[in-house]
Design a protein around this ligand. Sequence first.
Ligand code: ATP
Ligand code: MG
Length: 278
Amino acid sequence: AGTSLSDLESLGVLGHGNGGTVYKALHRRTSAVYALKVVQADCDATVRRQLLREMEILRRTDSPHVVRCHGIFEKPNGDIAILMEHMDAGSLQTLLEASGTFSEKHLAAVARHVLNGLNYLHSHKIIHRDIKPSNLLVNSAMEVKIADFGVSKIMCRTLDACNSYVGTCAYMSPERFDPDSYGGNYDGYAGDIWSLGLTLLELYLGHFPLLGPGQRPDWATLMCAICFGEPPRSPDSASEEFRNFVECCLQKESSKRWTPAQLLNHPFVAGKDPGACS
Ligand code: ATP
Ligand code: MG
């Protein structure tokens, strides 16, 4: 309480996103370390819109599975700064680059954390819409939390096609491209489950499932693979439980995908090793 930007000292850059830079910041009085995302005032209208949406969602969320926001500041020059919980082990993307692949035991813990986060968000009518390894952050307690709400959506009333999109389309579900073929009664929430399935499979394989190792993504290849191809499946080396779990996420027909609450009871994540996470 009572923190202002002048109480903080930069300890370096954690990363760059589109429109902003994230710094590691020391709170001098308490020695606490935070992440500070700074977005410049002169950013374009899209970035500004994303930022306002992110701020609104961060204000509404309060969950151990979602990266916490400790304050939002406007600098005298108009730059906006968001003070967040520092996730000191990086993202699943950086961990994947460091380790090559994840074990199933590790993936079950990751899945449990993310499903708890999605269960929280969806029950608060928030669709994340950008679940991918770089937006899932990890701390030294090996807790995984959902971050980055720039393209998320707060659902008002019921149906919403969620068709406006900026960013990568690689993790987008078939119904985001083609609601008529794969939508059923499309409401958007199931898109997060597709993205989670792709993310877990990528962490298992060590490369993005819809492309070969080292293949460069382009929009048309991805769109064809997502909409016209069979959904990616786990290799035979994976356990029956993992393969089935991924299949429950990667249903092309959105209404057939399991919900976070259902998946939390799936044998791949339920009832095993309760101490390992959350
Ligand atoms: P992308 O998700 O593709 O990396 P972005 O535009 O979504 O780009 P930002 O959310 O601005 O990126 O974050 C940029 C980077 O800063 C992240 O990839 C992450 O490595 C780091 N970062 C962001 N928030 C935190 C945090 N709370 N703790 C630690 N690192 C963070
Ligand atoms: Mg991000």
